[in-house]
Design a protein around this ligand. Structure first.
Ligand code: ZN
Length: 70
């Protein structure tokens, strides 16, 4: 599955990452949705198409945030 990581050095347009929350634009259907480390321990599927899953563990600089899709 393709996978895209957010980094603190290069913000990708359509995404954001602050604290233990990250916002992604679904690469499949373009829906914008957020994922929280505390509420979505096993990642969060795109609420629109369910074909991508975003993960956030920790904040920028000490964690990782990424999305993978079919
Ligand atoms: Zn989607």
């Amino acid at each position: 599955m393709p996978k895209k990581h957010l980094t603190t050095k290069r913000y990708i347009h359509g995404h954001d990452w602050r604290g233990n929350n990250a916002a992604f634009t679904c690469p499949v259907c373009r829906k914008v949705f957020i994922v929280s480390q505390f509420f979505d321990k096993n990642g969060r599927k795109c609420p629109e198409c369910k074909k991508s899953t975003a993960y956030c563990t920790g904040g920028p600089g000490k964690g990782q945030a990424f999305i993978e899709w079919e």
